[in-house]
Design a protein around this ligand. Structure first.
Ligand SMILES: NC(=O)c1ccc[n+]([C@@H]2O[C@H](COP(=O)([O-])OP(=O)(O)OC[C@H]3O[C@@H](n4cnc5c(N)ncnc54)[C@H](OP(=O)(O)O)[C@@H]3O)[C@@H](O)[C@H]2O)c1
Length: 283
């Protein structure tokens, strides 16, 4: 399997173009322990396939997603995995950020996270205060890189202005064939400023697979291109997402079959003509 790695922000770090999302693994808002063994296995398989960018959050499954990630990665050397997690928007006061990070590290069983992000902005808490705490985590070696999620262009700019020692390397936002809103403004801004876009819900939270079954007009283009490249329509859709240099993605998968299929979206590239054809037919 030819996984592909991209530069993270303006750093020298290489990050898997297709990683693994963990929202709804091990529960949604609260823990569900029934599938723990299978989930740990799936996360390990992802790392073995080279999809070593694992995305989680303190909010996922009430912390249990982080626990599962921690259990899964303990068999790998620490530098073989890239762990990204997020602080929930109610924990954005200075000391709350520091404490939330400590709790995440404990659940993950690691001493530092690779990427620590603000999950959602919160207008009730001064961003300057939050960014000060984020920078402290960076300075103390608890977070190797700092990022944001669901931030507009204006907020990314503002957040960056509060940092003096490091830069925002990534903004995690929804992006896929079905949701193109970032193309107007945020995507060009991040491209120009060397910020990685981590595309979440690249498969429309499962809607793409359903639409493919229903064979709507726009899925016919996906089927046709997939045939020509000897790939599956899902692989074409994910390849479309990571087509631009500064975009990576983190589809969630709970089976090895899905993982393998998603990993196979790497290592080849849609031609500019097919990229445009797909972009236009899903507009
Ligand atoms: N920052 C944020 O606010 C935010 C918001 C949402 C998501 N995220 C992150 O982004 C990750 C991905 O987004 P998401 O979970 O919302 O949605 P998604 O990745 O677009 O879709 C996940 C769904 O697609 C299915 N799937 C995966 N691979 C497939 C394949 N090869 N063929 C057919 N179906 C496939 C999964 O099924 P199975 O489970 O059966 O494999 C699951 O139902 C999350 O897990 C989370 O880490 C972040």
């Amino acid at each position: 399997m030819n996984l592909e790695y991209k530069r993270l922000g303006k750093t020298d770090e290489k990050i898997a173009a297709i990683g693994l999302g963990t929202w709804r693994l091990g529960g949604s808002m609260s823990p569900d322990y029934t599938h723990d063994l299978e989930i740990v296995d799936v996360i390990r398989q992802a790392v073995e396939l080279g999809m070593n960018h694992i995305d989680t959050a303190e909010m996922y499954a009430g912390g249990h997603a982080e626990e599962l990630v921690g259990r899964a990665i303990k068999v790998f050397p620490r530098d073989e995995v890239f762990i990204a997690t997020k602080v929930w928007y109610t924990n954005l006061h200075h000391d709350d950020v520091l404490q939330a990070c400590e709790r995440s590290l404990k659940r993950l069983g690691i001493k530092y996270v690779d990427l620590y992000m603000i999950h959602w902005p919160n207008e009730r808490i001064p961003l300057s205060e939050t960014m000060k705490a984020m920078e402290k985590l960076y300075k103390d070696g608890k977070a190797r890189y700092i990022g944001v999620s669901n931030f507009s262009t204006r907020l990314v700019e503002e957040a960056q202005n509060y940092l003096s020692l490091t830069e925002i390397v990534a903004n995690q936002v929804e992006y896929g064939l079905h949701d193109r809103s970032i193309e107007r403004d945020l995507l060009p801004y991040c491209e120009k400023n060397g910020i990685t876009i981590t595309a979440y819900s690249p498969l429309g939270q499962g809607r793409l697979a359903m639409e493919l079954k229903a064979r709507t007009k726009r899925t016919e283009t996906l089927y046709e291109i997939a045939r020509r490249y000897a790939k599956t329509p899902i692989q074409v859709a994910l390849n479309w997402v990571i087509w631009r240099d500064n975009v990576i993605t983190i589809p969630k998968a709970s089976s090895k079959e899905h993982l393998k299929e998603n990993a196979g979206a790497c290592g080849w590239r849609l031609s500019p003509e097919d990229y445009k054809l797909l972009s236009d037919s899903w507009r």
